[in-house]
Design a binder for this molecule. Structure first.
Ligand SMILES: NC(=O)c1ccc[n+]([C@@H]2O[C@H](COP(=O)([O-])OP(=O)(O)OC[C@H]3O[C@@H](n4cnc5c(N)ncnc54)[C@H](O)[C@@H]3O)[C@@H](O)[C@H]2O)c1
Length: 332
């Protein structure tokens, strides 16, 4: 099996590439080669599988065609995206990367000929849903995005379904929850604090909390997200029918739940590093986000997230901190 990851230098792309290269199998099939493409050079993961890296802008004319001609992958992970904040402030860039980039990739598959029909796993988002929300959002909820990013993802979901219906490819869209705890440096995404209030204190650093503690949202860990992507690459799509996109399972938690979980792992010292600094703009944005889902369709198809926020923190500690947060390493 040959695999292509577009957006491979990003947070999830890097983790997915590492897992595929180290395991060497996907859905029980041996991985012959992995191609990693991104506008910035992707890191080459350790492992026995041959890895090829390509630096390209997937939204530029001919780029996607070139990627497919080189590798003719059986599985394509479409992860390249401009995140929600940037897609809102830079209208043209958002549509170019998130919509035109994905459409270009689907068109390149269509144009490849010889009955080429790869599995395409598209990373969608719960941002395809907009208010007003029921308390718990079911699988039949209409996609009514309230942002340009959500709109771009929703259009791409429709394209994926139509190209699949016409048997031009075999698509699965997975609507990821907010991925938490996001490793690395803090970013300026409006959702950044959900990760920041765990990641920074566990590293002995202060974190700013811009919203009230009763704010509730929908989460899964990076490890769960990689699992979702790999499972989406191998499920029997006959079970999806014409509805090719699935809301992923996750954990519905409040900021207070997050802080309680942080305290259980890092102690009072970690929790004391959270500084409340209300930001009305962030609070307003977050107010328009979904809080909880009943993702039973995905669950029935075998997608599994964490059971609670404690598990999300535990995964972060295991995967990013070598099992010991620095707040625990400091002498009492
Ligand atoms: N992380 C989350 O919380 C979350 C939630 C919902 C959906 N998603 C989706 O999952 C995917 C991966 O998320 P992530 O957190 O790894 O994002 P990320 O921002 O870390 O990675 C995205 C990657 O896409 C690359 N990229 C951007 N424009 C490109 C272009 N024109 N050509 C080629 N590559 C380009 C970027 O360089 C980056 O490496 C994205 O599609 C994102 O929208 C993520």
């Amino acid at each position: 099996m040959r695999v292509l990851i577009v957006g491979a230098a990003g947070m999830l792309g890097t983790k997915l590439a590492l897992r595929l290269a180290s395991e060497g199998v996907l859905g029980g099939r041996e991985i012959e080669s992995i191609a990693l493409a991104d506008v910035v050079a992707p890191a080459v993961p350790a492992g026995d599988v041959p890895v090829d890296t390509v630096v390209c802008d997937v939204a530029s004319p001919g780029a996607a065609r070139g990627l497919l001609a080189a590798a003719r992958p059986h599985v394509i992970f479409d992860l390249a995206a401009v995140v929600s904040g940037e897609a809102e402030t830079d209208f043209e860039k958002g549509y170019r990367v998130n919509l035109d980039g994905t459409r270009g990739l689907l068109e390149a598959v269509r144009g490849a000929g010889d009955d080429y029909r790869p599995r395409v796993v598209f990373s969608s988002s719960i941002a395809v849903f907009g208010p007003p929300f029921p308390e718990v959002i079911g699988d039949a909820q209409a996609t009514t995005p309230a942002t340009s990013y959500g709109t771009q993802k929703a259009i791409a979901e429709l394209l994926l379904a139509d190209y699949s219906r016409r048997e031009l490819l075999d698509g699965v869209g997975i609507r990821l929850p907010t991925i938490c705890v996001r490793p690395g440096a803090p970013n300026r995404a409006a959702s950044g604090f959900f990760s920041g209030i765990i990641r920074e204190p566990l590293n002995g650093r202060e974190a700013v909390l811009p919203v009230a503690r009763d704010v509730r949202h929908w989460f899964a860990s990076p490890r769960a997200a990689v699992r979702f992507l790999m499972h989406a690459a191998t499920i029997d799509t006959a079970e999806l029918g014409t509805h090719r996109s699935l809301t992923m399972p996750g954990v519905s938690a409040t900021v207070a739940d997050e802080i309680a979980a942080l305290r259980r792992v890092g102690g009072d010292a970690a929790a004391a590093l959270i500084r409340e600094e209300p930001d009305e703009m962030v609070a307003r944005i977050v107010d328009g986000w979904p809080q909880a889902f009943d993702a039973r369709r995905a669950a029935a198809l075998g997608f599994v997230a964490e059971a609670d926020f404690d598990e999300i923190v535990r995964v972060h500690v295991e995967d990013e901190l070598g099992n010991a947060p620095s707040t625990m390493k400091r002498p009492a």
